[in-house]
Every structure is written in C-alpha cells, then in structure tokens.
Design a binder for this molecule. Structure first.
Ligand code: GL7
Length: 839
C-alpha cells in the first residue's frame, strides 16, 4: 500500500502529458509509438487495420487515468453501486464514441490529417461488438453511457460472446447467416483480468449435513466446474471524468477439472471437457424475443450471473465482515428475466457459502434486485422445464421450491378461497411438463418491477403480472426507455449536432431538454434551409452507402420512408409491403393520386429459425426487384434492403430518414427505441398507439405525427369478437388486389406458391391484424405523402420532432431509475483531486 504509493511516479508531469495528452501533437506522437510498440509495424507496411489498432490504443491510454481515478474515488467513498445484469450489450463501434466522450474528435482529426490519414477511414475499420440482438441489448449499452455521464457508480455485467449476432448476407433475396468474427483481429478496448476468475459449477446432486454449530445445512456436490474470467471494458462518461466498468465473463475450463480427467488417464476426455466448458461463451443466441428452451442458454445465464454475484460479494467483503448490508452497497438490475436465476444464486451464496439463515438471506436478496420486463409476447416469457433445471442446477431448484413453498403459504393465507389464483402465481407451472416461471421468480425476488413505456407498464400490471400487481401495487413502476444523444445525434449526425450547438451551446448533449431551443426557429426560413441541407446531406450519405452495399441507385430528393428493426410478424414489415404493392398497383393502373416519389428502405435480421421472418425478407427483395426495374414505376418508387443492419449501419440510417415506420400491432411492442432515434434526428413517425410511440406523439404534438390503427382495446375487442381477416379481403377491393398480386407469381418469377405461407397466414389467421389496420395505414401514408409535398410544412414538423424529443434521452431514463428504483446518488470524479499516483 503506502510504500507503493511513495514510489509511484507523478502522473501529470510534463513527460506524462506528452505521452497521454490530448493535443494533436501528443496524439500524433502516441499514435506513432503505438504503431511501433504495440502493433510492431512501420509505416510502409501498416495496414488499415494497423492504423485502427494504433489509434484505438492511443485512445485507450487516454481513458485509463479516468478509469483508475474513478475506481479509486468509488472505492474510497464506499459508494452505493448499480450493477446492471444483462445477457446482452449491443455496444456498436467504440472508437468514435470514445473520441467524443474524451472531447478529442477535432484533435484526433487534426493529428490524423497531419499524418496524411483520413480519420473516417480509421473509424470504418472497427468491427463492431454485436453482443446483443436488438433493442434490449442496445438499451443496455445506452444505459451504460448515461450511467457514466451522470457520474453514477455502476458496473455492467454480462457475457463476452466469442461470436456476437451473426452477419447477415443476402443471397438471391434470402438471408444467409455468417459467423460474426469480432474478436479475430484482436479487441483493443478490453483488458483481460486473468487473475479475476470465479468457479462456476453445474450438475451433480445435493446432500444434507450438520455444520460445526449443529445446524442443518445443504452441500452441493457438482458434477462439473469451470471458470469465468473477467474482461473489462472502460465506459467513458461524456462531459465529466467518470469512467465506469463493463465486465464481461469468458468461460474457461478449470485446472482442477483438467487434473481430475488427466488423473483418470483420460487425456482426450479432459480435452473434450475443456472444449465443452469453453462452449458456454461461444455464441450469442440470435433470437429476438427468445422462445427456445435450450440447455446451453440456461448455462450461459447461470454462468454470468454466478460470476457477477461472486464478484460483488468479493467487493462487499473488502468493506464488511459478512454479507449483512449487501443490499445497501448494491442495487442489481435484472435486464429482463435472462439473469433472474440471480435470485436463487444470491440465496445460495448467503445460505450455503456464508452460513446465513433463510429469513435474513431472503431479506437481503429481495432488497438487492429490481426487475425490468421488456416484453408481453407470451412466447417470449421465459420458463424452463423443471427436469432440465434440476439436472443443471439441483441446488437452485431446491431453493426455488423453498421460496415458492413459503410464498404459496402466504398467498393461501391471503386468498384462502382462491386456489386458482395461488396456482396462477406459483413459481412452478403445473402441466404435462412442469416448468419454472422466471418472470415470477424475478418479481417475487425483487423490490421493484418496471415496464419500459407508459402503456407497456400498464399492460404489465393488467396482464402478465396482474395478480402480482394486486398483491404488491407499490412494487410496480414505469420507466420509459431512452437512447443516448451522444451516439445517436452527436456521433451519427454531426451536421445536426452543429445546428443544435450553434443555438443551444455545447451543453445540450448532457441535457437533452435543451433541444427545445430549436423550437422557436421551426418557421424561420433561413433556419429551415439549413435544416433541409442537413437532411439532404444525410440522405446523400445513405444513398452512397446503399449503392455501395446493394448497387441500387436512390434519389435523395425522394421521401425516405424507412423501417429498420428486427424482422418479426408483430412489427409488420409486411404491412409496409402491402402499401408499397398498392402504390405500385395504382401506378400500373393509372389510378395514382399520390405523386410523391418515395424510397422505401428496409433493414433488419431475422432469427435463423424464424421461417416467416425470412420469407418477409425474401418478399422485400422480390417486390424491390419488380419495382426497381420497371421504368413505368421506378421514377416514383424505389425499394431497397440494407443488408446486415447493425449499430454502424444504423448510425448512417437514422439521420437520413424523412418518415419512420413504427407500425407494430398495438400492445405488442413494449417500447421500441428506434422510434426515438428517428424522431430525434428529425424524422416524422407513421405509427400505431403502441409502446413509446404513444409518448413520442404526445411529446412532439399530435399534428406532427401520422397516427393510424386499432388501439390496444380495439385489438382485444376485435380478437374477442372472432376476427375474420377474410372479410376485410372480400370487402376491400384494393386490399384484395394487392394480396392477389402477391399470390399471382408476379413477384416470384411465376411461382404462385412462394409467398403462400405469408398470404395464407394473413387470410386465415392474421394474428397481428394487418388486414384490419390496412385501410387506416394506407390512408395515413397518403397524408404523409401529401405533407411531404409542402417542404416548409414538413421541415417545420421535422424540426419540432427533434426539438421535443429530449425526454427520450437515456439520461432522463437513468435519472428516473436512480431516484425511483435504485436510490443512488452521483459520485463525480475529479482528475485534479487525485494524489497523482498510478499504482
Ligand atoms: C424489447 C422490446 O421488444 C422493445 O420494444 C424494447 O424497446 C426493448 C428495450 O426495452 O426490449 N424486448 C425484447 O425482448 N427485445 C426488445 O428489443 C429483444
């Protein structure tokens, strides 16, 4: 301790500053040094990847003082810490974001230019860490950014997948999955912590024993153990000096484990076991709204939760003699049910490893966790077969049974004449296959439960967790999602950033409510011109990207009508297609009344096993092929599919949108976050009253939003009354003609069967009510098309959308979590205040 401190070099000396300073000069010098000392390359042979790596190390060096000072500050202050437990973090490229948060974009650009390098080319080299599927994983990444920016002591815990979300290729209009290789060329942002390893065990059995105080205890005798090793990534705040930690766990076989097998003389068995252990963190499950009960998935969940809780316990015990007060040191957020096994694991740690009694352990556990629900889709509510659960985690199943027995006793006392309610609320679903209900475990084991948009939180209370809400009304909250304006405005839309900064000053990126300073300028002609130029430039950039990626040529003057998100029937990309085919049909019939030229842009991945979603991708390509090559139509309509929608592509797409498609069936999209990114960048929304659309519409003004479609109540009523999509088909001429076109083989080289599964599903069941919403959608689209022909009116609406969406900053969301759920306070870090030591 002290001896080390005295010998520590002064960090802040002029030597240090030359090495880690932020001027173009020192950046340049450090970059050249990194090329030599880290990449071991000289200029003449340096590849673009070498340039990227040298730049990344140069930037990472500049993050470390903040990071270390932050760790020191939090530790000294013994600060209450948020632990965000998430199976997914869809971070996106790091370099550009870190330059922004360090405030050195201009220095870096200057330094690069001096060396004859274009900064953008370096940025383009970065493979993105796609450790998430979609909205849920990206939300976790936005929240890390905001936690650091708001100076909240926080750790993100997750899984270091060797392969993140697959790369999407398109072959003949079909999605083909390719393995994501984000780690193959090295990841400069992570710091391996080989000494930070925890054992994680699986299988085996439990046995009772009596401890030295004569107390009854249970011992878990596992069959298999392995280790989780930490890889740390620093997460910079913006406009402050705080730098938080993202700690991702990598699975490796344990040494003891190897030795056991070796001792049995089974060399190949040992090697196999090692491979098996390392499989746990091999690959991210590519299902948006997961439904598969795969054993490896449960292993992943338990693996990362166990490592994270052991890590938290280690930290706690540095300050305290036992686990008392654990819940005061940490607030642990369960990002959906994926980490909800944490409830049983913390109980196990308290009971079995730290000798605590049940009541005390339960008290601490329930006061540690809070749970966010992200979906109401019945197929996405996680349950695990009891048999599988007990085979993998026998001790946890026992603990869950005990939690349940005590909970059900309470319920029976409270509702003595309502056994059905008690059965509904049980942690175990009884049936031919008994299953553990993870949402119930999370709800019972948490002090707070929240939904992710106002309407969603109401639906959580009235549907999936209704009985729990009746029991514990005060436990339920709403925190409407948010997105970070640093990545989704400042980084991705520099021209918009310039406009806002000129009006509002640089502070807006820390206080997005300042976007309101745009509002009084909405009708100002000169300002409108600047706004249109900004939009135009973004559309040109996207057009160039589209041309590069697909060969398609699109006109930046046309209305850019964009739907990018995971492909799912409830999101209704095919409703968008029905409208496109209707426009095509009208032009061919000569009955068109909407002469607004449009470019329809789609993007999004389908889960590899989701047949309908893959067929929708094929249909988009098929419709595009017919429309784009028909000279009678292609001056007015173009359809493109941007392959491999990911964070990097998204950054180029949101700023270029005129119209944002948010057209899910009401009640299905918990919140959406793409909807926020679009309107912040001045797109108008065409959307249903679903998820955060409701709040976006209220915020931007109803007159600046193209609303259509059934409400949640109307959807319920329609389905309850026995919905017959066939009748809409029969009675609506244009709708019938559109569907008949899809069935005619026109879009499938004469094969009338190709899209049959889609059209049959629509005509026979249509569970997402496309046909019921079709007339209203087409009518709203006509209003949008008309509005676009009035540039001043449209630009005014565009400006007002951007001006009024400050509420949807993830900073606001995180402030609400801090105040209403976590009860944590900011702990600002000051570089100046440190003693200058770098131990
Ligand atoms: C999701 C919801 O579908 C989405 O509406 C929401 O914005 C997001 C973040 O809260 O969470 N739930 C879910 O399971 N996935 C989502 O994107 C994959």
């Amino acid at each position: 301790g002290t001896a080390r401190k005295e010998r520590a070099p002064m960090h802040g000396s002029s030597d240090e500053r030359t090495r880690t300073g932020m001027s173009p000069e020192s950046l340049k010098r450090a970059f050249v040094d990194s090329m030599f000392y880290v990449q071991a390359r000289y200029w003449e042979v340096a590849t673009p990847h070498d340039l990227y790596m040298a730049a990344a190390y140069t930037v990472r060096d500049r993050m470390l003082e903040r990071w270390i000072r932050t760790a020191e500050t939090y530790r000294k202050a013994d600060a209450r810490t948020v632990c965000y437990l998430s199976a997914e973090y869809l971070l996106g490229p790091q370099l550009g974001n870190n330059l922004i948060n360090l405030g050195i974009v201009d220095s870096a650009r200057q330094g690069a230019r001096d060396l004859g390098i274009d900064l953008q080319e370096i940025l383009d080299q970065e493979p993105e860490p796609g450790l998430g599927n979609g909205g849920l994983g990206r939300l976790a990444a936005c929240y890390l950014d905001s936690l650091a920016t708001l100076s909240i002591p926080a750790i993100g815990y997750g899984i270091r997948y060797e392969h993140g979300i697959f790369d999407q290729k398109i072959v003949d209009g079909w999605q083909v999955e390719d393995c994501d290789l984000w780690l193959t060329n090295g990841n400069p942002w992570e710091i391996p912590r080989p000494l930070l390893r925890y054992p994680v065990r699986f299988g085996g059995h439990t046995e009772p024993y009596t401890d030295e105080h004569g107390r009854f205890r249970v011992r878990w005798v596992p069959e298999l153990d392995l280790y989780g090793m930490a890889y740390d990534t620093p997460v910079l705040g913006f406009g402050n000096d705080n730098t938080n930690l993202l700690r991702l766990w990598h699975a490796t076989a344990g040494r003891s484990f190897d030795l056991q097998a070796f001792h049995k003389g089974d060399y190949y068995g040992a090697v196999n076991a090692k491979v098996g252990a390392e499989n746990i963190t091999k690959v991210l499950y590519p299902n948006d709204e997961p439904e598969v009960g795969k054993e490896l998935r449960l292993k992943q969940q338990y693996f990362f939760v166990s490592c994270s809780l052991q890590d938290m316990v280690r930290v706690h015990l540095q300050h305290a003699p036992n686990l008392e007060g654990f819940h005061e040191r940490f607030a642990a957020q369960l990002n959906d049910t994926h980490p909800s096994i944490a409830v049983a694991e913390l109980m196990r740690l308290c009971l079995d490893e730290h000798g605590m009694d049940w009541e005390r352990a339960w008290e601490i556990t329930r006061r540690t966790f809070a749970y966010t629900n992200h979906t109401l889709l019945p197929e996405a509510l996680e349950t695990w077969p009891v048999e599988l659960f007990g085979r993998l985690l026998p001790r946890h199943l026992e603990i869950i049974y005990e939690i349940n027995a005590r909970f059900l006793d309470e319920l029976r006392m409270r509702y003595p004449f309502d056994p059905e309610r008690v059965a509904r609320m049980s942690l175990i679903e009884e049936g031919p296959v008994r299953r553990v209900r993870m949402a119930h475990l999370a709800t019972v084991g948490s002090f707070a439960v929240n939904g992710v948009a106002a309407i969603h939180s109401e639906l959580v209370k009235s549907t999936v967790l209704r009985d729990f809400h009746e029991l514990w009304p005060e436990k339920f909250h709403n925190i409407t999602n948010g997105v970070t304006p640093r990545r989704f405005i400042q980084l991705s839309n520099p021209d918009l950033c310039g406009i806002i900064t000129d009006l509002a000053g640089p502070g807006w990126a820390r206080d997005a409510e300042n976007l309101r300073t745009l509002e009084p300028h909405a009708d100002d002609a000169a300002f409108q011109q600047r706004w249109q130029a900004m939009k135009r430039a973004a559309k040109e950039r996207l057009a160039a990207r589209i041309r590069e990626a697909t060969g398609a040529v699109v006109d930046p003057q046309s209305l850019f009508d964009i739907q990018v998100k995971r492909i799912h029937e409830y999101k209704r990309q095919h409703l968008n297609l029905l409208h496109i085919v209707a426009l095509y049909h009208r032009i061919k019939q000569g009955t068109d009344s909407d002469p607004t030229p449009r470019t329809f842009v789609f993007g999004g991945k389908a889960a590899p096993g989701y047949f309908m979603a893959k067929l929708i991708i094929k249909l988009i390509h098929s419709v595009a092929e017919v429309i784009n090559r028909d000279p009678e139509v292609n001056q007015r309509l173009r359809v493109v599919f941007v392959p491999n929608f990911n964070v990097k592509n998204a950054e180029c797409i949101y700023p270029a949108a005129d119209l944002s498609e948010q057209i899910s069936t009401a009640g299905k999209e918990a919140s959406g976050t793409g909807n926020m990114k679009f309107s912040m960048n001045g797109a108008l929304t065409i959307g249903t009253l679903d998820g955060a659309n409701v709040e976006i519409r209220d915020a931007v003004g109803h007159e600046n939003f193209f609303l259509f479609g059934l409400t949640v109540a109307e959807v319920e009523r329609t389905l309850a009354e026995g919905y017959r999509p066939w009748e809409y088909y029969r009675s609506h001429d244009e709708l019938r003609e559109v569907i008949d076109l899809l069935r005619s083989g026109l879009f499938s080289h004469g094969d009338p069967d190709l899209f049959r599964p889609l059209t049959d599903s629509l005509l026979q069941h249509d569970p997402y009510l496309l046909l019921a919403d079709y007339p209203a959608y087409v009518e709203a689209q006509a209003r949008a098309g008309d509005a676009f022909r009035d540039p001043a009116g449209w630009t005014r609406m565009s400006i007002l959308n951007a001006a009024r969406t400050g509420f949807f900053s993830s900073d606001r969301a995180i402030r609400e979590y801090c105040r209403n759920i976590w009860q944590v306070e900011p702990m600002p870090v000051s570089l100046a205040a440190g003693n200058g030591s770098v131990p």
